[in-house]
Ligand binder design. Sequence first.
Ligand SMILES: Cc1cc2nc3c(=O)[nH]c(=O)nc-3n(C[C@H](O)[C@H](O)[C@H](O)COP(=O)(O)O)c2cc1C
Length: 184
Amino acid sequence: MKTLIINGSPRPHGDTAGLIGLVKGRLMGESMVLDAYRADISPCIDCRYCWENLGCAIADGMQAVYGYIRDCQNILIASPIYFSELTGRLLDVGSRLQTYFCARAFRGEGPLPGPKKGAVILVGGGDGNMEKAYDTACTLLRHMGCGEIYPAVTSHNTNERPAVMDALAVEGAGSIADFFNNAG
Ligand SMILES: Cc1cc2nc3c(=O)[nH]c(=O)nc-3n(C[C@H](O)[C@H](O)[C@H](O)COP(=O)(O)O)c2cc1C
C-alpha cells in the first residue's frame, strides 16, 4: 500500500506536521511526504502542453510525484488555512494537477488507476472557516482520482492549543490511518 501525503505548511514542526506524524505513525505500507514549501515544484503556467500531450512540460520535482500519484492507493492533503483557503504553495502544487483535467476533458483519456482513497487535515488559529479549504482539497483529490474521501479532520483553535493537544483532531488523524489501512 502506498500513501502520498501532501503537506501545505511552511512550518517543519508546526500543527500540520504534528498531525501528519500521528497519521504516519499508524499507517501501514510505504508513504511519501510532498512538502509543498520545500519541493522543487513550480506552478502551472497554462502553457497548454497537456491539452494535447501526456504529462506536463515543466521538468521539475513534480515529474516524480506524477508517478507516485498514479501508483498510490491513498492521498492525504494536510494544510493550515490561510485566509480560509489552502496555503499558496499548496495551491501552486495543486495547479500542476491540471494535466489530469486535460487528460479527461481534451485528450479523452480514462481515469487514473484506482481505486484511491482521499483524506484532508486542516488546521487554523481560530479565524474564518474551513469549508472553502476543504472544498478545494476535495477538488484536488478528485483530480488525482480519489473516489472515497474521508470527512474533514480539523483543529481550528491552534492559537490557544496546539493541534496535537486537540483530542478530536488526534482521534481523527488515527481514523484517517485506519481508513487508509482498511483495504477495500
Ligand atoms: C498568512 C496567514 C493566514 C492565516 N489565515 C488564517 C485563517 O484564515 N484562519 C485561521 O483560523 N488561521 C489562519 N492562520 C493561522 C494558521 O492557520 C495557524 O497558525 C495554523 O495552526 C498554522 O499551522 P502550521 O503550524 O501547520 O503551519 C493564518 C496564518 C497565516 C501565516
